[in-house]
Structure formats: structure tokens, C-alpha cells
Design a protein around this ligand. Structure first.
Ligand code: BT5
Length: 328
């Protein structure tokens, strides 16, 4: 486990605030960060060990020329505000949601993020598995302490889905869609999923965990046989490897915007953005729900994020949990 030291985060932030290729003198850096030249040297070396590359030029100082593919230091240096303010980074975890639950129970503050390189028991909804190989993708969980009634928290997965879709749209040239409730799809295949869990008391949410998994650099052969036809990754869709840190930062920034908006303005703007990405609304669907299958036309979502289906008897049914199959 690794939580970056604030001094390293400040150092990386100082470089990132400069233009690309700009140099910072050792003297200006140690003065700005209020540390000795020896301490500065030590911190730069420790960052080098983790994949940051600095260039030195006599008389000019240093410039940051490369950052690692995924680094909690870079995430913390690039986000502002509580979401991603502290990032716990693990090489391997059972599930980032489980670790985030433990940290939340121990009092970790709102906005704390857990990231893992790989998950050995990554979880989907309803006890399903999330395939989580190492070194390629994004597996992260955000600890939230929203002051909402638990009955209103049904929108949270949709807040996450809209944020992930916005982030993918911004950071890649792709056009992501959302299949209800929160499958992130690219060209009709699943590229990401969301698992929100919470602990609550009557009338209040103690904490909620927003778990987000996105396939970034997975190749076809890294998916198990049964997923090859239904899953995809940013790499498979664009033919380009993407830096996971950049995607993680885009996801956290977009999440921060939508989460604040949801708390301030309620579900209407989130629902409107969700509809804009939806591949479900207006389609004939079959939903397998805990109480049985429902077929009909997906009309809309309601203020709780439930899917409204017009069944063949012109009757409208609201479904809060289930899996959608899009029919022709
Ligand atoms: C989800 O469940 O889509 C929620 C996935 C959430 C994963 C994140 S990763 C970080 C955090 N920590 C966790 O332990 N979980 C969260 P669901 O809608 O139930 O979809 C699960 C189904 O998606 C599986 O049954 C497979 O069919 C499929 N699937 C599994 N792994 C996949 C992958 N890597 N890419 C695409 N599809 C996958």
C-alpha cells in the first residue's frame, strides 16, 4: 500500500503547473516547497524510482518529461477539491470496494480514493465477478459521505455512469453510451461497470462507496473466452494505448462536478445527461429483475434512477434493479 507523501505531491504539482518542457531551478523549487536542496534531491529520486522522468539542464534546472502510466502522486497533484484528495494505491487487492468500505468504517474522509493495479475478487452487481487483470485497466473506489436520505441514493450509480461517459468522451475520441443502469458501452460492448454500495441508518447515509471499473488497455486475449464477444476496452476501440492516470484524473474530475451538481440541484440534470448517453431509452427491452422478467418499451428513468417500462398492456412499471437486454 502506498499513500504519496504531501511533499512529493507538491513537487509534482509545481512541475505540472509549469508549461511542458519548462525548467524549474533547484533553488526556486526548494524555496517554493520550503525544503533543503538535499531533501529536494531525495524526493526527486524517490519519484524517479516510481517512473517519473526528470531532465536536468545546467543553468536552467529541471523539467518533468514523463509521468508513469498510473500514479497516485500524479492523481493527487492534478485534482483539486476533496474527490481524490487522498489516494491509496495497492498493487493488488481483493476488491477496491471492500478496502474502501474498511477505510470508511475507520473514518477515512469524504473523497478518499482507493486504486488497485489488479483485483483478485473484483465484484460486479448481484454477486457477479469483475474481471480485473493487472497493469492494464482502472479499478477505483471513491468514499463518499453524502448528506442525503438513503432512499435518494439510487441516483448515485447514474452520477458515476455519466461521469465515466464524460471522461471517456473527453479523453478519447470515442462515443460512449450507457446501458441501464450503468454499463458503460463502446460500440455496443461493455467497457466499464459501476458498483455502488452503502452503509446507512434510517434517514441518513453513513457512507457510500462508488466503485468504478474501466477497461483501458486490455487486449482481446486478456479477456476470458466468455467475455470476448461482449466486452471491449479503450485500446481495442481506438487502437491506441492510453495513460491510465489521465483517464483516472478525468473520471475523478467529472465525478466531482456531477456529484456536486446532484447534491445541489437534485436528480434532474443528472437524469438529463444520462438520457443523452442512454442506449436503452426508446428501445424494446427485456429486463431480468428479481421479481421476474419484464418486457416492453423503455420509456424513461424516474427521479430514483429506476427504469420505466411500458409493458404490452400499456401499463408502466418502474424497475430499480435488473439487467437489460436490448431487443430488436
Ligand atoms: C458491474 O456489474 O458492471 C460493476 C462492475 C464494477 C467493477 C468495479 S472495479 C472497482 C470496484 N471494485 C470492485 O470490486 N468492483 C468495482 P454487473 O452489471 O453485475 O456486470 C458484471 C458482468 O459484466 C459480469 O457478469 C460479466 O458478464 C461482465 N464483466 C465482468 N468483467 C468484465 C470486464 N472487465 N469488462 C467487461 N465486462 C465484464
Amino acid at each position: 500500500m502506498n499513500i504519496p507523501r504531501p511533499a512529493e505531491v507538491d513537487l509534482v504539482r509545481a512541475f505540472l503547473q509549469k508549461g511542458e518542457g519548462d525548467y524549474l531551478s533547484g533553488e526556486a523549487l526548494s524555496r517554493g516547497l520550503n525544503i533543503s536542496r538535499a531533501a529536494l534531491w531525495k524526493r526527486m529520486n524517490s519519484l524517479r524510482e516510481r517512473g517519473f522522468v526528470f531532465k536536468a539542464r545546467r543553468g536552467s534546472g529541471y523539467s518533468l518529461v514523463e509521468t508513469p502510466d498510473l500514479s497516485s502522486t500524479e492523481i493527487m497533484a492534478r485534482v483539486s477539491g476533496p474527490i481524490g484528495g487522498t489516494v491509496y494505491f495497492y498493487d493488488s487487492l481483493g476488491s477496491t470496494n471492500d478496502r474502501a468500505m474498511e477505510l470508511a468504517a475507520d473514518g477515512a474522509p469524504h473523497g478518499t480514493v482507493v486504486v488497485a493495479e489488479r483485483q483478485s475478487s473484483g465484484r460486479g452487481r448481484l454477486g457477479r465477478k469483475w474481471v480485473s487483470p493487472g497493469g492494464r485497466n482502472l479499478y477505483l473506489s471513491i468514499i463518499l459521505r453524502p448528506s442525503v436520505d438513503p432512499r435518494g441514493a439510487g441516483m448515485l450509480p447514474l452520477v458515476c455512469a455519466v461521469a465515466v461517459a464524460d471522461a471517456l468522451k473527453e479523453a478519447t475520441e470515442l462515443a460512449p453510451r450507457i446501458k441501464w443502469p450503468n454499463d458503460i458501452q463502446i460500440s455496443g460492448r461493455k467497457a466499464g461497470g459501476i458498483l455502488c454500495e452503502m452503509r446507512s441508518e434510517p434517514g441518513s447515509v453513513l457512507y457510500a462507496i462508488a466503485g468504478i471499473g474501466v477497461n483501458i488497455n486490455s487486449t482481446a486475449s486478456s479477456f476470458p473466452e466468455d467475455l470476448r464477444e461482449i466486452a471491449t476496452s479503450v485500446y481495442l476501440e481506438t487502437g491506441k494505448k492510453h495513460k491510465r492516470a489521465a483517464l483516472a484524473i478525468s473520471v475523478l474530475k467529472a465525478f466531482s462536478v456531477w456529484y456536486e451538481r446532484w447534491l445541489r440541484e437534485g436528480s434532474v440534470p443528472v437524469a438529463a445527461a444520462w438520457r443523452g448517453y442512454s442506449s436503452t431509452i426508446g428501445r424494446r427491452v427485456r429486463v431480468s429483475a428479481p421479481a421476474g422478467d419484464v418486457s416492453g418499451t423503455a420509456l424513461d428513468i424516474d427521479a430514483d434512477g429506476s427504469l420505466l417500462i411500458e409493458t404490452s398492456h400499456a401499463h408502466i412499471q418502474a424497475i430499480s434493479t435488473g439487467d437489460v437486454e436490448l431487443l430488436r
